[in-house]
Write a protein that binds this ligand. Structure first.
Ligand SMILES: [Mg+2]
Length: 206
């Protein structure tokens, strides 16, 4: 028996990862005159991962990681024009139209007729709030939670505050990271990406 169904946002209801992949591609091309683009992309990815615990998720964190990468890979000061273009790349992530995942709205419309739905999405508050509004999906959710990280403690706090029994709560998302450390009592259900595969949230396809 399920009392409430919660959905992840990024890459479950709307596309996200491909915006960051496109941004990384632009950044690599920006510095391709002086470095191998693949190496630039590798350093950006490493720096981004290393910064997660301090900066969290989102386009502002990504901007800082790109700037840090630019400083690291440049001999001497980074030209201000390159820094400006780097910031513009990050800003384009934030300003991009929200692209819904196929059948996301159909699924919410059908489920919301039977179950109360909740949105639990992680990341930068302004960025996520803009996505929720831009998606046009807010009307299907009884409640929305924008959180910094999906951990067992965060889930427990959210469910306790909402008076939700964890054993009667279903969480739907694209990434195992959504349930890392909280596989019990939260019930995880993976949804396939557009290519029909499942993403582990750690760079591996399940
Ligand atoms: Mg996700």
């Amino acid at each position: 028996m399920i009392d409430i169904i919660a959905f992840d946002g990024d890459d479950t209801l709307w596309h996200c990862e491909r915006l960051y992949a496109q941004a990384a591609g632009k950044f690599k091309r920006l510095f391709s005159n002086c470095h191998d683009p693949e190496w630039v992309g590798q350093r950006l990815s490493e720096i981004e991962i290393a910064n997660l615990s301090d900066y969290g998720y989102g386009f502002k964190s990504f901007a800082l990681s790109m700037i840090e990468t630019a400083i690291e890979i440049s001999d001497g000061p980074v030209p201000s024009d390159l820094l400006r273009q780097t910031i513009d790349i990050a800003r384009q992530i934030q300003r991009a139209d929200v692209q819904l995942v196929t059948f996301a709205e159909d699924t919410l419309a059908e489920l919301s007729a039977t179950y109360p739905l909740m949105l639990i999405t992680k990341g930068d508050f302004i960025e996520q709030a803009r996505k929720v509004t831009g998606s046009g999906l807010a009307k299907y959710f009884r409640s929305t939670e924008i959180i910094g990280e999906k951990s067992a403690e965060t889930y427990q706090e959210v469910l306790a505050r909402r008076h939700v029994n964890p054993r009667r709560f279903l969480m739907i998302g694209d990434s195992l990271r959504s349930w890392k450390g909280c596989a019990h009592p939260v019930q995880p259900h993976l949804v396939p990406r557009d290519d029909g595969l499942f993403h582990s949230g750690e760079g591996r396809i399940l």
